[in-house]
Design a protein around this ligand. Structure first.
Ligand code: 9D3
Length: 261
């Protein structure tokens, strides 16, 4: 995968390309990382990249000429790549979009600044617009990093041997089970016994159960969207039955006038 990022703040990416999984993917030639400074394609002594909006209004707009020249230069280096504009108006980024982008041979990521980019850039040069969520950023750079990060870890070989992208919570449709490491007791909280039992079947069952319950408590929307396996249905039904038993026992307590409740 060839990534090229077009930005007026190339320094923001220096540390990003040089840490963690992304850095390792660069070192092992799984990805290439290029940062292109849009200002290098701007004309004049001041190399201006923004201008006032036609029709008035506050804020500035990214000038089309430097951006178009930068995109053309990036495309000539990686002609097969899709051109992605990071924009608040884009399609909401999610795991299926990351998976689709991971099958591309390259991505040219265009980071907007100011109030936005000239509309003619969007029409003529952009294949896809992506937003990373419904909140307001000051520019597309952090969004580009989010996309590169999510896509890179899906490239086969980018994660270490044990890590696997297909066990991810968003690919299984459930939130992950709880994680514990040493020490055995921390802040008066012991690690659940089952994890120390060495019984792999019981551990798997416990993890699936906690996954389902955590998803139910924190993200009901994920559970509603997702078909349940017979095993998962059984686990949830058992929880329902346990809860019903507790609730019924409660009403018996209340019915007792001597219980004091
Ligand atoms: C006052 C007008 N603003 C509407 C809220 C326009 C505006 C333009 C440009 C707001 C933010 C930005 C900068 N944001 C991005 O470039 C951006 C972004 C975002 O703000 N949220 C989520 N995803 C993205 S991707 C790029």
């Amino acid at each position: 995968m060839n990534f090229a990022v077009l930005t007026i703040f190339p320094e923001m990416f220096e540390s990003f390309w040089n840490h963690g999984i992304v850095r390792r993917a660069v070192s092992s030639d799984l990805i290439t990382a290029a940062t292109i400074n849009i200002r290098d394609y701007a004309q004049g002594r001041h190399r201006v990249t923004d201008d006032r909006p036609y029709g008035g209004g506050c804020g500035m707009v990214m000038k089309p000429e430097p951006l178009a020249a930068a995109i053309v230069a990036a495309r000539s280096r990686q002609p097969e790549s899709r051109v992605v504009l990071l924009s608040p108006q884009g399609r909401p980024f999610d795991q299926p979009t990351a998976e689709a982008l991971a099958t591309e041979s390259g991505l040219i990521l265009v980071c907007g600044r100011y109030e936005g980019v000239d509309e003619r850039i969007c029409q003529d040069h952009i294949d896809l617009e992506i937003s990373i969520g419904d909140y307001v950023l000051t520019g597309g750079e952090l969004a580009a990093m989010v996309v590169v990060d999510a896509v890179t870890r899906l490239i086969p070989g980018s994660l270490g041997g044990e890590d696997s992208a297909d066990l991810d919570s968003f690919s299984t449709g459930l939130l992950e089970h709880a994680h514990y490491t040493r020490p055995r007791t921390f802040a008066d909280e012991p690690v659940p016994d089952v994890l120390l039992s060495g019984n792999h079947k019981e551990i798997e069952d416990w993890r699936l159960e906690t996954s389902l319950i955590r998803t139910f408590l924190k993200r009901q929307d994920l559970l509603e969207q997702r078909p349940l396996t017979p095993r998962e249905t059984e686990i949830l039904k058992n929880w329902c039955q346990d809860l019903e038993r507790i609730i019924c026992a409660q009403s018996e307590h209340r019915a007792d006038p001597l219980s004091g409740r």
